[in-house]
Design a protein around this ligand. Structure first.
Ligand code: FEO
Length: 402
């Protein structure tokens, strides 16, 4: 039997989630070296409510947390803010263990429960609409719909008495939680890079919908934000909201350059490295360089959310674009990336195509400005092209000052 591993958020609101540090790929897609947390919460009042469940990987710990936190009481409500299986995997089990519990969701929630599970929901549902309030006693849950952050059925629940926002996937992060609360460390962000990567790849596509949520949140007095992944926020909420506002407007956080190169034999890489050195010598700080074959695309996407200027450098391959760069550009499109300044370096030994294809792909994205100076390498960088790279460097440096 597992021990109870819970944290009190307030006297009667308890974190009952769990960390998974064994998981290699979140959604079987994103590397999570620091794992992930599946947050679930319980409210103990005249009525008891579980706020979302947890992933099947942590079922044992989750169920023990539920049992011990209830301490012999019955469970009245299972509130389902999000139907993705990393949060709803234990709904069926809770319904069986607590036959008096009703499932609280919206019309779309129940449609999805039917799709994922064969549970008998007869007399076991409470269907809510935007703005409805569920009375638990002293605690009152007001439902704030957040469609497409990150699925269509998503809603948040605002607890009016203690001013706690149960925010579903919004304001979450990759990474298991070391300290659950963000006031238990010096820095308000446990790991800003992981939070950015989570935002960029999980909800990055839905900027306008996140903006809608931020507007709704602005109308609420919030003391604590309880997301489904990552830390519970109870200090510096303004910093958290500010980052999400910037990201969801596709506005760069920093005036900085990210150079992404693809290179089979090191020749395109050489051009990228020379350009990075020139930028540094020109006084441009904080330039980062990535080999797109080496770094997982989710990190590259996160860096694009951070940086104002991109350099894409890639060889021609099979009369097309080198696959790893093509993958990055397609992911940028899928995630709705916008409003960056881009410089292009292509390589081709007999019929360079990479630059043309990169331009076409970028033309399909909103607000992408392709800077004038581009460089074509034919197989390997030659002395005469150093001047072209210098001009590219000067243009980038100028655009950063603009
Ligand atoms: Fe963490 Fe969209 O689920």
């Amino acid at each position: 039997m597992k021990m109870q591993n819970t944290r009190k958020i307030t006297d009667n609101v308890v974190w009952i989630g769990a960390n998974d540090r064994r998981i290699a790929l979140f959604e079987n897609l994103f590397p999570v070296e620091r794992g992930v947390s599946y947050n679930s919460y319980m409210i103990l009042d005249e009525k008891t409510a579980v706020m979302d469940t947890a992933d099947s990987a942590v079922t044992q710990q989750f169920l023990e947390n539920v049992r011990r936190t209830l301490d012999g009481r019955d469970l009245d409500y299972i509130v389902v803010n999000h139907m993705e299986p990393d949060h709803c995997a234990n709904i069926e089990m809770l319904m069986r263990l607590y036959p008096g519990a009703k499932v609280v969701g919206n019309a779309k929630t129940f449609q999805m429960i039917g799709q994922f599970y064969d549970v008998d929901l007869t007399d076991r549902t409470v269907t809510v609409k935007e703005g409805d309030v569920l009375e638990l006693g002293q605690h009152r849950l007001q439902f704030v719909f957040a469609p497409m952050v990150h699925w269509p059925e998503v809603m948040m629940a605002y607890e009016q008495t203690e001013k706690i926002l149960f925010s579903a996937d919004a304001f979450g992060s990759f990474g298991a939680v070391d300290a659950l609360f963000n006031d238990e460390q010096d820095n308000p962000f446990a790991d800003l890079a992981e939070m950015r990567r989570y935002f960029a790849n999980i909800v990055g596509k839905y900027g306008p919908q996140v903006q809608a949520v931020l507007k709704k949140a602005a109308g609420l007095e919030i003391s604590t934000i309880c997301p489904l992944h990552g830390q519970v926020w109870r200090r510096d909420l303004d910093l958290l909201l500010e980052k999400h506002d910037k990201w969801s407007r596709y506005e760069a956080e920093e005036k900085a350059v990210a150079i992404f190169y693809a290179s089979m034999y090191g020749n395109t890489a050489e051009a990228a490295e020379v350009l990075a050195a020139m930028l540094a010598e020109a006084g441009v700080k904080n330039t980062v360089v990535y080999d797109v074959s080496r770094t997982h695309v989710s990190w590259l996407i996160a860096e694009i959310f951070r940086c104002s200027n991109l350099v894409l450098a890639a060889p021609t391959y099979n009369n097309g674009l080198y696959p790893a760069m093509l993958n990055l550009l397609e992911d940028m499109k899928a995630l709705n990336l916008q409003n960056r300044k881009v410089s292009i370096v292509e390589n081709g030994s007999w019929a360079p195509q990479a630059g043309k294809i990169m331009r076409e792909k970028l033309a399909g994205l909103k607000g992408m400005e392709i800077l004038e100076k581009s460089v074509t390498v034919k197989s390997s960088l030659k002395e005469g092209q150093m001047e072209e790279l210098r001009q590219m460097c000067a243009e980038i440096a100028g655009s950063l000052k603009a």
